[in-house]
Design a protein around this ligand. Sequence first.
Ligand SMILES: [Zn+2]
Ligand SMILES: [Zn+2]
Length: 139
Amino acid sequence: MPTINKKPKRQYTNKSQEAYRKRRKIYNTKRWQRMRDAKLMEQPLCIVCQLEGKTVLASQIHHLRTFTQEDDENKMNALAYDSNNLIPLCYHHHYCIHHSWLKGATTLEEIEQYTKAHLEEEEKEKDTSKKQLNNSYIF
Ligand SMILES: [Zn+2]
Ligand SMILES: [Zn+2]
């Protein structure tokens, strides 16, 4: 019998399984879908892009404070359905806030600070690559 090389099933920790279950529970409701649509109508632009001086339509709604860590159903719903806890983001910046340089920002002030620091960092990098480019012309 040839052995079929099956990829091992991805192991989820109980915690992330639980978070996944909670997200499904909220995102499948009409109440959430209405709320998300209303928020996108009210604030159609990605707030991080705006901080960067760009006008980009938001495609996703992010919870500043995550509801997936709440065990109490009432507290979870309170966070999930709190309009003040929601911000519109573009796909890229939604990725950043969960996995990259915006990670850990849970208030608008923090998002502003992180974005400012990130822009400064980018400027520095531009400067260094410019210098490197200039140097490469010196023989
Ligand atoms: Zn954006
Ligand atoms: Zn999010």
